[in-house]
Design a protein around this ligand. Sequence first.
Ligand code: NAD
Length: 329
Amino acid sequence: MTTPPSGPTPPTPGNVLVIGACGQLGLELTAALRQRYAPESVVAADVRPPQNPAALAGGPFELLDVLDQPRLEALVRQYRPVQIYHLAALLSATAEKDPGFAWKLNMDGLLNVLNLAVQYQVPQVYWPSSIAVFGPDTPREHTPQTTIMNPNTVYGISKLAGEQWCEWYHRHYGLDVRSLRYPGLIGYKSLPGGGTTDYAVDIYHQAVAAVDFECFLRPDTRLPMMYMPDALKATLDLMHAPAECIRVRTSYNLAAMSFSPEEIAASIQQEMPDFHVTYKPDGRQAIADSWPASIDDAAARQDWSWQPEYDLARMTHDMLAHLREPVAA
Ligand code: NAD
């Protein structure tokens, strides 16, 4: 095991390109990168403009369809990024409805980024994978880093193939591409984009609006989850770890907490006893049933000292506090 040096993160000496910057993760990651580096050096790009322009107002924004290779190349030539964070994808529930396009976006988008990164010698690329790479044959509890995968969703198949491509580009071209298998991400600043764990964000919004919540998963469906500040910390810690610490070039298992809809409801009811949840499972139940309930992230903890900060109780308290804040005019 190689221990990453502790202390402040060195500033990135150049531009950073975030593709998919208007999404649930992209909005928050762009903000976190702009806090850490010169804001004007962090270029936000997305196929659509942000719904709330103020959210990305701190630095440049570029319209980009990542499938448009010449446009992506023009941006890489213009900004000469030292890091590309490629987040654009169709998520699990949406991908099942449009499998052909999901495969095209999730694969061709990644290959466009990897090829241009090699061609223009971009020093680092980040690309997120997901717990969706695992399938019904995978051990469900403490799912190991290396195990049977066999995903049975289009999204999971595309993420597993993407992981293998990342490893291949690292092996063949020496490209420093790094990746995390995120669990379901929960944050108060942005809305989820069509995943199977979206309920765990929506439930807080409904609770604060004093509206009953209808959950699309069964009450006992335990899934791995993570609060957004931990996801941002993991992403930046991974990207700043010395290259020799990164032993996994497919994608790292990453964990913080696991809970079911009835457990998150109970944690909200600790603060809001009148909050009421009903259950009406839909097609997303089958996706959730094929995924792990908990994840073993020992490799991330060993290689680059990963350590989450939020459990369910702490996340619930923080989410409710932020969602109750009055919206600035
Ligand atoms: P999201 O759907 O909220 O955001 C994706 C963004 O990509 C959107 O703003 C969308 O407009 C943009 N986009 C779509 N097509 C594009 C294109 N052709 N060119 C450029 N931009 C395009 O997704 P998210 O939740 O922010 O997820 C970001 C990444 O993290 C994805 O790769 C996803 O698979 C991964 N991930 C997310 C979660 C989660 O719980 N949110 C969990 C595991 C992995």
